[in-house]
Write a protein of this length. Structure first.
Length: 231
């Protein structure tokens, strides 16, 4: 386990400082989860209660409740006498995440033709962000774009509950991605798949896009499991 030495992400938290009367634990949990989705909070990182509460301008009780919520989501783990750490997902967790994603995202993608233009544009924008990241050799941005792409796919369903559930799943999955090491080595295989899925959607070939999405899930899960097991 590693203790959080960096003040960079704490600085960005301070930028989001919450007023005491609005500092709800759910909102604090949202902000920490967003840092996981963006790749700023890494597996095994110890979270400093004093530093975070001061950065956000909240009470420690509020922060502890946020920690409890994120522990329930399997994003944090509390180790007795040591503190709170960002989780390190294993093979069983990865398999369970992908099982859920196949149900949710494949159902959502079928809503392409019925979705709002704003929702469809969200998918396009996520892919475009990934392309720009690859062109500038910023593969961490490509990873963030990949997360945005799958959140945008889910948003086609027009369900806030599904959006929230997939956000939690993707935050947990983003933690597993760290075992892949070099982000370019991992993400360079998936950006072309996202482009192919989008091309099929824009051609209104929704059934084919769903099949391509399933192939994506099969490939990504196998890739992660292989690295986690060292096979």
């Amino acid at each position: 386990m590693t203790t959080a030495p960096s003040h960079d992400w704490l600085g960005t938290l301070a930028d989001d400082r919450l007023s005491q009367d609005r500092a709800r634990a759910e909102r604090v949990a949202d902000k920490l989860r967003d840092r996981m989705l963006d790749g700023e909070l890494t597996p095994g990182l110890q979270l400093n209660e004093k530093a975070i509460s001061e950065a956000l301008g909240i009470s420690r009780n509020t922060l502890r409740e946020a920690f409890r919520l994120l522990t329930h989501e399997r994003l944090l783990v509390h180790e007795h006498s040591r503190g709170v750490f960002v989780c390190e997902p294993g093979v069983a967790e990865v398999a369970d995440i992908y099982a859920a994603r196949r149900v949710i995202e494949c159902g959502a993608i079928r809503r392409w033709t019925d979705a709002t233009e704003e929702a469809r544009q969200g998918v396009r924008d996520a892919v475009a962000f990934g392309v720009r990241g690859a062109e500038t050799d910023n593969w961490l941005d490509v990873g963030t774009a990949n997360i945005r792409f799958h959140r945008a796919i889910t948003a086609l369903a027009g369900s806030l509950r599904l959006d929230e559930e997939v956000q939690r799943l993707l935050a947990e999955l983003r933690l597993a991605f760290y075992v892949m090491g070099n982000p370019r080595e991992f993400y360079q295989d998936y950006l072309p798949m996202n482009l192919a899925i989008l091309a099929l959607l824009d051609a209104d070939s929704v059934a084919e896009a769903e099949q391509e999405l399933l192939r994506y899930f099969d490939t990504a899960e196998s890739h992660l499991v292989t690295r986690l097991t060292g096979r």
